[in-house]
Design a protein. Sequence first.
Lengths: 389, 374
Amino acid sequence: MMAAAQEDWNALSDEEFRRVFRSWVDENCPRELRFMRKQRPVFDEVSEWYHALAEKGWLSPVWPQEYGGMGLNPAKHIVYVEEWARLGCPRIPDHGIGLVGPLLIEHGSEEQKERFLPQILSGEHIWCQGYSEPNAGSDLASLRTSAVREGDEFVVNGQKIWTTLAHCANWILLLVRTTKDEKVRQKGITVLLVDLTSPGVIVRPIPNLRQEADFCEVYFDDVRVPAGNVVGEVDEGWRLAKAVLGHERIFLGAPSRPEYALRRLERLAEDRGAFDDAAFVSRYAKLRLDLYDLSSAFERFAKVLRTGGTLGADVSVLKVFCSELYQRITEEMLAVAGEEARFNDDLDIAGGQIDAMNLYLDSRAPAIFGGSNEIQRSILAKAVLALPN
Amino acid sequence: MPQIDLDDEDGTLAMLRDSVAAFATTTGGATSLRERRAAGSDLDLAQWRAMADAGWVGLTLPEDLGGVGLGLREQVVLSESIGRALLTEPLAQLGVFSSVLLAASGPGETRDRLARGLADGSRIVSQVWQDTRGRRHPLDASLTGETVTIDGTGHLVAAPRTATDFLVMARTGKELMLVAVDAKTPGFSHSLRPTVDGSMIGSADFEGCTVPTDQILCRNTQVETAFADAIEATRLALASELAGLGARALEITVEFTKERVQFGKPIASFQTIQHRLVDMWSDSEFACAAQANAVETLADNPGLAASLAILAAKARAGDAAVSITRRAIHLHGAMGFTDECDISLYMKRATNLNATLGQSEELRLEFVSRERAA
């Protein structure tokens, strides 16, 4: 498939780009996919939208245009993500676009780029991210899945877990241990591209709190991987794996999720007459202002990107605040629901339904993933406040 | 460390920050606060005049009224800086509030004289418009020919002993008016009451104080607008002062916990302490971001959006400063509970400013009610 030729989007003003992007997305993202209950739909559920984006050449906002991306700078990327959220477009399986692509563009061989990047854009390769293990979560560097060199191949043994959407992916970006160094655990880790259809791979979905399968266990039993699938140098994968997020860390703190939840809370509260209750209004006001101020704080970091700066470790303050606010909003939804807070299905309101429990359960996750909030606080303590060990 | 991050193309903001920092090295915040507290004074006139000489008192007054003619963007940075430096002269009330009232009044000899005096420090211009609980409370006014007579007592007045002039909100049966009353007018008296941070505010009592009608600065809707604008501008100044002092209290506490050794290690190496400090830093960051948002919203989108942004800015900065300084005292241990340790002064100052012109809960409720009404 050929993607449409791209303009120099960065030459437009943010507002012009916003208009162009919004109007096309609003016209082309199927209505029935907007504001889905599911945070992480599988590929088949959103393939129509995926292909529409691919054809337009808008699937990959930040890849350079020579690789089929839009080549957006961070400021335009923020607009892209904001409009996506505003219009309620579903999240697509995006590990290929957000993780594997940038990694290969930065560190991959020419052969790897030619082989893998077009397959991501066409939707033939759906990627997942094989980082966490049963005993390597927050302490990722303690990972043990091993890869042993045998001729032109590596033989992989071990287990990954919490692998989002592995059950509908066909490739995995794997962090494996190629050398054991007890002193420096970050050494000896290698990035490997692994075909999930290889013999010896078993993928088992794990139902989450919402009883949906969105993450999995992935087992590797003597899985043979061509040595040409190593990204960068053997034993030097840790730095690659860590560097890949870059400016996109700001999106872990984007206000769109709590904002969506707050709008739902407002509708529920209006329906239940909670705005006549002074105690509710007081709690609501706190949540409303927390959301308002999160937007102000987000803007402070977005401005750094817009003016050509790079983000420091301090940006993760947004992730911590945002994920905790999301939780507090959904907790308030259950409080407003009163006796109905026990129901697993949606709550009826005049002219619609509110997925209070769905959001309440969903809101447990963001404080855990992407580096738990406790890990974030420890990083901030060192990186921003320079507190001692 | 957190700071209110605003574009500063011509360097004015950096200059303001430097000038406050230099000022504070000669008249240290904690020291002068303690001196003033011991003296029971409601204003340190020498310090006030020095602040006027620096152009801070009339910063936002138009130049043709003797001011510097800068805007709230610059005021925010000035207020943040004096908050950091713990300079506790009531600049928000005697500078910002009075400046807005005077600038909003009609031109005239009285208005111009007071504005010029305010800016050069020769007049100390306070306001009288609140009751004991801070509610709006116009005094009684009666008009007789060429004079107006004021009766009643206003409360929560800044510098009631040292003020040379009062801008009094007063009401006849029909009319609301803003009247300038010289402190030397027969029938005026005051009382002082200490606030927690050692500053003094008090009441201003007017018993048949009669002044010529040309001291009526404005009437009715003009008074309403002037006060609404003055309250907003002053809230923003207070909010930025709170943001500055919160950030400074955080810095002091970070330094202290790095130096304080227990169990053979600096207490800042313990995870419990680290996470608390990070939460304090986060609150401080958000407080500063809220000020920048208010400034940008005022510039881009005056009206309701700016009013909401100012309410949010003070609510956020008040909560942040009060809770940062409270935690700061705790992290200083028993030392934090002593009067000798400066950190308590930040906590007390935060308590005072947070309670001035609306605590956070009240401001949030006003935000929500105005937003939902729109």
